[in-house]
Design a protein around this ligand. Structure first.
Ligand code: SAH
Length: 481
């Protein structure tokens, strides 16, 4: 049976701009043939056993011949495989998707086209430029700035383009910028006409140059604008001064590395991204659940939970939340309290300072004959010692241990080049350092005193310490600098 080929657009770079259909098809594909300008995250949706092959072309760099791409498409489809041909942006906008569809048609191979968010609309939008605007631009033209070098003369009707009553959007036009500007002015456009060049649109390093037809070539040279970039010509470019939203985010242009366990990092990473940061995920630790034997909860009058992981794992162990009925439940901080609440347990005690010492203070005056401390294997002893000193019988139960997560070379290098390196626990410092992570490049941001102490023991002074000692506090600390 013949397979099927899906010609899929992957959007301009921001993984959030992949369509739902694209993600679905990537997840089902047997074979993925992809181009250079696709978001790398797109491939993370692929099945682990999928065949993933690069068939891209890069400016003047390595070229994968188009005929070979056609041959591979047909070969895989005829073998009955589900093939995703993944292209940057939209497959039918300067993506040679039309040619591939024709080759499939000719060979009688079924195909489906999944449009994508095209760079010519998305990069301007992320730069705060609507490509059409009432009374300013009632049309938009997508133009290739890269002419086929094998063609003699020019295939673009420059005088007609210059007369086009609307916005001009050039793809692949970085090297030909001087020519574009010159031809448009020669065709009658004013040298004062606004031009925006958006480099790496929708990606963390997005940069926008606002110029005019008269000076754009020179300024792009000075600023060393590089591909991929979209060049937009027209008065809508000036709207950027009022509508730039991305570059005005507080953490725009900053790269923040997060060393937290992968399972916990995503919420923090999402919040950092929403503030404009580029996030490097360099998890140094991983949580490994342990299987301790727990006495029935009824023997305790106080249960202390010292991390969100502890809360999750404790409640996983209980058959019924009512086992905690009548027992004072204490959470070390707001994250742990949230984790308890999400499982239907309202903590009775949450200290203002989210550290063991804060919990000890908050528990003063609260009766405790026999207490359970549910925590990680490698926790500090401040809390059990303080409770014992008050005469309580204390069981410390390790529900999980924190183990090293191997740090890839890429993650280690990316973390070393980040502006800020975030540590949310002493164990992440220890394992990050043990894995060869550098503590001497980026600004070191610690969640609290125990984490800072661990940094100092590795000879590194934290540049910032969060207060409160929570992920919220970490973000506040970043925003202060
Ligand atoms: N099919 C793609 C375009 C492929 S041609 C689409 O619909 O977007 C490649 C050109 O697209 C690049 O030379 C550049 O001009 C533009 N481009 C692609 N990704 C871009 C990005 N993230 N920012 C700016 N321009 C981009």
């Amino acid at each position: 049976m013949t397979g099927i080929v899906h010609l899929v657009g992957a959007g301009p770079g921001d993984p959030g701009l992949l369509t739902v259909r694209a993600v679905e098809l990537i997840g089902e594909a047997d074979v993925i043939l992809y181009d250079r300008l696709i978001p790398p995250e797109a491939l993370s949706h692929a099945r682990p056993d999928a065949t993933i092959t690069y068939v891209g072309k890069q400016g003047e760099g390595p070229q994968f011949p188009q005929d070979d791409t056609h041959r591979l498409l047909l070969e895989h489809a005829r073998a009955g495989r589900r093939v995703v041909r993944l292209k940057g942006g939209d497959p039918f906008v300067f993506g040679r998707g039309g040619e591939e569809a024709l080759a499939l048609r000719e060979a009688g191979v079924p195909f489906e086209v999944v449009p994508g968010v095209t760079a010519g609309v998305a990069a301007p939008a992320y730069a705060g430029i609507p490509v059409t605007h009432r009374d300013v631009a009632s049309g938009v033209a997508f133009v290739t700035g890269h002419e086929d070098p094998s063609k003699p003369g020019t295939s673009i009707d420059w005088p007609a383009l210059a007369r086009f009553p609307g916005t001009l959007v050039f793809y692949m036009g970085v090297r030909t910028l001087p020519r574009i500007a010159e031809e448009l002015v020669a065709g009658g456009r004013s040298p004062d006409e606004p031009v925006a060049v958006v480099e790496r649109g929708t990606l963390p390093g997005q940069r926008t140059l606002l110029a005019t037809l008269g000076d754009v070539a020179e300024r792009a040279e000075q600023e060393q604008v590089r591909a991929p970039a979209i060049t937009l010509v027209g008065p809508v470019a000036d709207l950027r001064e009022q509508l730039a939203w991305l570059e005005s985010r507080p953490l725009h242009g900053r790269t923040v590395a997060v060393t937290r366990a992968r399972a916990q990092a995503s919420a923090l990473a999402a919040r950092l991204r929403a503030l404009g940061a580029a996030v490097v995920e360099a998890p140094a630790i991983r949580i490994r659940p342990l299987e301790p034997t727990l006495p029935p909860m009824g023997v305790y009058d106080l249960v202390c939970v010292t991390s969100p992981n502890g809360a999750e794992l404790l409640l996983d162990r209980l058959r019924d939340a009512r086992e905690l009925a009548g027992i004072t439940v204490a959470a070390i901080g707001p994250g742990t309290a949230r984790a308890l609440r999400s499982r239907g347990v309202e903590p009775d005690v949450v200290p203002e300072r989210a550290v063991a010492e804060g919990l000890v203070e908050a528990l003063a005056g609260i009766p405790a004959q026999r207490a359970l401390i549910a925590r990680a294997a490698e926790g500090r002893d401040v809390l059990p010692e303080a409770l014992r000193a008050r005469g309580a019988e204390v069981d410390v139960v390790a529900l999980y241990e924190t183990v090293a997560e191997p740090l890839s070379d890429a993650a280690r290098d990316a973390a070393a080049e980040a502006d800020d390196l975030l540590f949310t626990s002493a164990s992440s410092v220890r394992h990050f350092a043990a894995a060869g992570g550098a503590l001497d490049g980026p600004r070191l941001v610690s969640i609290g005193p125990a984490t800072s102490e661990e940094l100092r023991s590795h000879g590194a002074e934290p540049d910032l310490e969060a207060d409160p000692h929570t992920p919220d506090g970490l973000i506040e600390a970043l925003l202060r600098t």
